[in-house]
Write a protein that binds this ligand. Structure first.
Ligand code: GAR
Length: 207
């Protein structure tokens, strides 16, 4: 019997194109994982529509319905646990998760960010890269810790900045790479090729 596939819980606030790329990779048989639930903090998120089209269970948990961030996060955790989630995937989730949330899924929360971290964390990473004048930027998949876009780096891909790039054109080229990188990270986590503490395998084998 083959191993059961990795159960993902995806958190998304908006468009959900990374979520769609993950679904496409799973549907194509490229990724031994399944999305057990999609949770959004925004009832209008396009990601919810995408989930419905794939018959994936969804939950909308609205921050305004909870007295504080911890109570909100505990509600999200409850939904994820009820769905049997093993790996939490932040895909355009525009909230900072609390230490309480992270303690419920220790080392099992990953994120994608549209820059080569540790450069340009936070909002508008592509705008920050253009403003700084870097010639190369890209995207990063990392394990989430208590900081903003910090935590062990799992995979990165570089994207050249062109002379005439606008925030839109650069974001679009980075997004193409995000859509490859995130499914690749999940595929390799599912296979045990990437371990979630971010240390290179050879270091783990020696140490
Ligand atoms: C993506 O570019 C993702 O890297 C970014 O938001 C976008 C979501 O797009 N995330 C961050 O900036 C997190 N700091 P999507 O909803 O179409 O996947």
């Amino acid at each position: 019997m083959s191993e059961p596939s990795l159960r993902l819980g995806v958190l998304a606030s908006g468009r959900g194109s990374n979520f769609a790329a993950i679904l496409d990779a799973i549907d194509a048989g490229d990724c031994d994982a399944e999305v057990a639930i999609l949770v959004s903090d925004r009832p209008t998120a396009q990601a919810l529509v995408r989930a419905a089209a794939h018959a994936i269970p969804t939950a909308v948990v609205r921050p305004a319905d909870y007295p504080d961030r911890v109570q909100y996060d505990l509600q999200v955790v409850e939904r994820l646990r009820a769905a049997g989630v093993q790996l939490v995937v932040l895909a355009g989730y525009m909230r900072i998760v609390t230490p309480t949330f992270l303690a419920c899924f220790p080392g099992r929360v990953i994120n994608i960010h549209p820059a080569l971290l540790p450069a340009f964390p936070g909002l508008h990473a592509q705008r920050q890269a253009l403003a700084y004048g870097v010639k190369v930027t890209g995207c990063t998949v990392h394990v989430v810790d208590e900081g903003v876009d910090s935590g062990p780096i799992l995979l990165q891909r570089a994207v050249a900045v062109e002379e005439d790039d606008t925030e839109e054109s650069l974001s679009a080229r980075i997004l193409v790479e995000e859509h490859k990188l995130y499914p690749e990270a999940i595929r390799r986590i599912a296979r045990g090729e990437i371990l979630l503490d971010g240390r290179p395998r050879r270091a783990q084998e020696v140490g």
